[in-house]
Design a protein around this ligand. Structure first.
Ligand code: NAD
Length: 257
């Protein structure tokens, strides 16, 4: 599988799943554009490291995915976009009647509306090239719900709907749009929650992971960022050219329950 000559833009890619996907796309030969809302030396170093490791062009562009103008500027500044991975996302856990409005607005903006803006600017570029891949990172929460995650579940169901609509508007144009629905993935964000959860439940690391964190994931194993990256690479391959408007779960059986 070679993505040589393709440029991939991955939103929210200075850590976790976004970085994992960027690395696997680069391993497959794509030039990559990393993004987050910060502009630190270490952000640019991530791009330099990918370029050195995989022999591709890699850049880091600062853009805040909570702001429509920034979302659009990211794509314009990159100049070309063959592969768009809408990955940036945040979470807040709280009952609906106590959910802070500003948290609701931020989650909807970053997890859902940003993908509308980036897609709107990227599509004309993809149509001109006669080829494009849009991979939206939804969640098991794009297909099912959990209490206290109203904004996240609403945004993730929304991005599944946006993926289907984008697929219909691009069908037959060499462009596909799909949503990947991960279950629990071992990212630095999740790793950081393990020590506190161990204390709270007075359990060891393995017990906390299997009995508390992965309670809804029948495999009782985390998905990895490399597996998410591999799924994204597959969706960019010729084998996936007729896969569009659908969801692919990488959730250890969560949504089969
Ligand atoms: P993470 O916190 O490691 O990564 C989130 C990324 O989004 C970071 O790079 C962060 O800098 C970026 N980001 C946050 N706000 C931003 C903003 N305003 N503008 C630009 N970038 C911004 O978390 P992750 O676990 O890697 O999550 C990545 C995506 O995967 C999210 O959409 C998340 O909902 C989804 N997801 C994660 C899991 C999981 O278990 N980790 C499961 C299902 C879905």
């Amino acid at each position: 599988m070679s993505l040589n000559g393709k440029t991939a833009i991955i939103t929210g890619s200075n850590s976790g799943i976004g970085l994992g996907i960027a690395r696997e796309l680069a391993r497959a030969g794509a030039d990559v554009v990393l993004n987050s809302f910060t502009d630190r030396d270490e952000d640019h170093a991530l791009a330099r490291d990918i370029a050195a490791e995989f022999g591709v062009t890699a850049r880091y562009i600062k853009a805040d995915m909570s702001k429509g103008d920034d979302c659009r500027a990211l794509i314009t500044q990159a100049g070309t976009c063959d592969i768009l991975v809408n990955n940036a996302g945040i979470q807040h856990v709280c009952p609906i009647d106590e959910f802070p409005t500003e948290k609701w607005d931020a989650i909807i903006a970053i997890n859902l509306t940003s993908a509308f803006h980036t897609t709107a600017i990227a599509l004309p570029m993809m149509r001109k090239a006669g080829w494009g891949r849009i991979v939206n990172i939804a969640s098991a929460h794009g297909l099912t719900a959990s209490p206290y995650k109203s904004a996240y579940v609403a945004a993730k169901h929304g991005i599944v709907g946006l993926s289907k609509t984008t697929a219909l508007e691009t069908a037959g144009q060499g462009i596909t749009c799909n949503a990947i629905c991960p279950g629990y993935v071992l990212t630095p964000l999740v790793e950081a929650q393990i020590p506190d959860t161990m204390k709270k439940y007075d359990m060891g690391r393995d017990e906390v992971i299997k009995k508390v964190m992965l309670e809804r994931q029948p495999s009782r194993e985390f998905a990895t960022v490399e597996q998410l990256g591999g799924t994204a690479v597959f969706l960019c391959s010729d084998a996936a050219a007729q896969i569009t408007g659908t969801t692919i779960s990488v959730d250890g059986g969560w949504t089969a329950l």
